[in-house]
Design a binder for this molecule. Structure first.
Ligand SMILES: Cc1cc2nc3c(=O)[nH]c(=O)nc-3n(C[C@H](O)[C@H](O)[C@H](O)COP(=O)(O)O)c2cc1C
Length: 219
């Protein structure tokens, strides 16, 4: 697929069909994503792909904890979103809730929608991603490069994804079930599978500012 087309088609998908992606396709996506650039080529991303019964155990445990336990991420979430970020964040939530037909003040429906995160929107594959905790911010940049490379490769293979910081809120559970070593800091998860095109949540579309807001040309 043409790169512009892949970039344009990639979006966060939040409802999946139950059928698994063939293991060869998954392996090929992860293999090719290894070409992502990184600081001194250290390749610090670490990914744990849960499928089948393991995936089931993982999301069951995380979903239970999301209902009952306090979040305890390895990397705390931002608390304040000053402008213009606050507006972007609200627009993102609004787009999703509108697509799902959830009213702004219906806190129960919003809570139900939020809890869908912890079953990874029923995706058949759940990837828990992290970095070696000794590298901090620089390694996070590398993981960002890897993440987008992976998401685009998945899109080009017809595999839908949603990056999910929410899946990092209970890292001890992922650590235990997936055998994630202590030196790996859990950063986010990725839901992976085939899009359920009939689901209302997947009608959500997000906008972007023009580059002149983010990019300054001089000279
Ligand atoms: C690191 C990262 C974490 C994210 N975490 C979540 C999440 O926990 N739940 C969710 O529904 N979407 C999550 N998203 C998806 C964003 O909301 C989404 O990328 C953004 O709104 C732009 O929409 P698009 O991906 O459809 O273009 C995350 C995206 C990234 C890159």
């Amino acid at each position: 697929m043409d790169l512009d087309k892949v970039i344009g088609e990639r979006r966060s998908v939040r409802a999946f069909l139950p059928n698994e992606v063939p293991r060869d396709t998954l392996r090929s996506i992860f293999e090719r994503a290894q070409r992502a650039p990184s600081w001194c080529n250290i390749q610090p991303w670490r990914a744990f792909v849960a499928s089948g019964e393991v995936r089931e155990r993982l999301t069951t445990a995380i979903a239970r904890e999301a209902r009952e336990g306090a979040p305890r991420p390895d990397v705390p979430f931002p608390v304040d979103y000053p402008e213009p970020y606050g507006s972007h964040r609200r627009a993102c939530g609004r787009a999703l809730y509108e697509a799902m037909g959830v009213e702004r003040h219906d806190s129960e429906a919003r809570q139900r929608a939020w809890l869908r995160n912890f079953v990874a929107f029923d995706a058949p594959h759940v990837v828990i991603c992290g970095i070696d905790r000794r590298f901090e911010l620089w390694a996070a940049l590398d993981v960002g490069c890897w993440l987008q490379t992976l998401l685009l490769l998945a899109t080009s293979e017809g595999v839908a994804t949603c990056a999910q910081a929410s899946l990092s809120l209970y890292p001890d559970i992922a650590r235990e079930i997936l055998g994630i070593p202590e030196e790996v800091k859990v950063l986010f998860g990725i839901a992976m599978g085939y899009e359920d095109t009939s689901a209302a949540a997947n009608r959500c579309r997000t906008a972007r500012d023009h580059a002149e807001i983010n990019v300054t040309f001089r000279g």
